[in-house]
Design a protein around this ligand. Structure first.
Ligand code: PRP
Ligand code: URA
Length: 209
């Protein structure tokens, strides 16, 4: 699929394996999510435009390149997306951060919005939505829809583990959105959990279970 990018870099794959391991503790899990987000962010920002500027070095003039074009915004889906924010901000310290709060109704698996706060200039930014898990795709699809309803035109989705079902849902609902992930898993169970996945990302990040 032309809009789906799966990162097969050995460092990312190694860290994803540690993340999946049920014996990985909360501290390690949090560190791994942040590290993987930073490694993925490096690739996700590859298409950022550059412009030439003249810079005076201590010994002469240099024609150098700096990032130009639209500024970036990152929007984690609460809660679990929060775990990816620091990794991205390490790379992009000037990025603004919006938040969308969604939880999945355990019976219907439909996303329910409980919070939304975006940068005032969000419509002028390229937005990267962050969520470690893309399962049914309901949460990410709803988050992207909210952003578009607010006038945001440029959206990318960055997740760690994506179920094929969720990928298909985003491709269908938002064919303009590029999806970046580190692993694609084939199955969902009856509760909408990705199999083998890594369990409940929010609970593992915050130690709530
Ligand atoms: C998880 C995950 C996604 C969503 C994915 O959040 O972080 O947001 O489920 O599932 P979907 O693709 O089927 O919508 P959850 O609802 O468990 O909330 P939490 O982050 O607060 O734990
Ligand atoms: N949310 C999670 O945290 N894990 C899954 O496997 C599916 C949804």
């Amino acid at each position: 699929m032309k809009n789906v990018f799966v990162f097969d870099h050995p460092l990312i794959q190694h860290k994803i394996s540690l993340l999946r391991d049920k014996n990985t503790n909360t501290k390690e899990f949090r560190e791994l999510v942040s590290e993987i987000a930073m490694l993925m962010g490096y690739e996700v920002t590859r298409s950022m435009p550059l412009k030439e500027v003249e810079i005076e070095t201590p010994v002469g003039m240099a024609t150098a390149r700096i990032i130009s074009g639209k500024k970036l915004g990152i929007v984690p889906i609460l809660r679990a997306g929060l775990g990816m924010v620091d990794g991205m901000l390490n790379l992009l310290p000037m990025a603004k951060v919006g938040h969308i709060g969604l939880y999945r109704d355990p019976d219907t698996l439909e996303p329910v919005e409980y919070y939304c706060k975006l940068p005032v200039d969000a419509v002028e930014r390229d937005i990267v939505v962050l969520d470690p898990m893309l399962a049914t795709g309901g949460s990410a699809s709803a988050a992207i829809r909210f952003l578009k309803e607010k006038g945001i035109q440029s959206v990318k989705l960055m997740c760690l583990i994506a179920a094929r079902y969720g990928i298909n849902r985003i491709v269908k609902d938002h064919p303009d959105v590029e999806i970046y992930c580190a692993a694609v898993d084939e199955k969902l169970n009856d509760h909408g959990y990705i199999i083998p996945g890594l369990g409940d990302a929010g609970d593992r990040l915050f130690g709530t279970k």
